[in-house]
Design a protein around this ligand. Sequence first.
Ligand code: FNR
Length: 185
Amino acid sequence: MHILVFAGSLRKESVNKKLATVISGKLDVLGAEVDFADFREFDMPLFDGDLEASDGIPAGTQELASRITAADAIVIVSPEYNYGVPGPLKNAIDWLSRIRPYPTIGKICFLASAAPSLVGGARGLIALRPALSFMGLWLSGDSFSLAQANKAFNDDGGLNDGDLDKMLDGMLDRFVKVAGSAQTI
Ligand code: FNR
């Protein structure tokens, strides 16, 4: 099973990228073939209907679409900006939604977030769900939010908190099982 994993942050030291790396390692152990992408690979302009009419879908959006198409399932690890979806990620979703059929149709999706705050970006994931549902993704009921993410990682890049680590293991195990059974539909 192919799983695309990316963080919705462009920052080099992004805590969401760190969590995406942890998740990728766990999915690898569970037997998935992980395509770990840096969101910078999907560089694209702000959505502009005039630009779309003159130049079509940007190369960065097409790259994201083809990586999604090649995957059976997707993991998005996203920060929360002002209780909502970060602009760069929402912009990518808006551009993707101009492609027919949606490359996201039927893909199983797990959402995670990380933030230095005590809420861990969970409100951003709630805001992200409607746009992704609209795009035909099957969203896992589980999602994982890492609070106080600035001090949540050990020197090896893993999670400090063993209980949280086990919770994430359980969620990803269920996600891989559901994604595997969806392949047979
Ligand atoms: C934030 N941050 C933030 N954190 C949070 O828990 N709730 C929020 O609503 C916001 N809003 C917000 C808006 C903007 C514009 C920025 C730049 C930041 C803080 C945010 O969680 C923190 O900067 C993270 O480190 C961002 O994630 P990455 O880039 O480290 O993955």
